[in-house]
Write a protein that binds this ligand. Structure first.
Ligand SMILES: [Zn+2]
Length: 81
């Protein structure tokens, strides 16, 4: 058993989390605050796609809310007058 030591390469690092890739293990280490996940590349990509799809929908919902809030304010002003 002559395994090379792990070498972790940053894939991304933001204030929300870090993703590191280990070339020796072929594993992605995902660190989100106190949570730490070890995922195979295929599983990581599947999770990334899932999160991308979810975040696109969440952004669309947020945009819609902002629009509706704008309309509500206009209506409230009319009622006050
Ligand atoms: Zn490793």
């Amino acid at each position: 058993m002559n395994k090379k030591p792990c070498t972790h390469e940053y894939l991304a690092a933001t204030e929300f989390g870090k993703a590191l890739f280990c070339k020796e293990c072929g594993v992605v280490h995902l660190h989100i605050q106190n949570l730490s996940l070890r995922l195979g590349v295929a599983d990581f990509l599947g999770l990334a796609d899932t999160l991308t799809e979810a975040s696109n929908k969440a952004r669309a919902v947020e945009k819609d809310k902002t629009k509706r809030r704008g309309f509500t304010v206009v209506k409230q002003n009319h009622r006050l007058n």
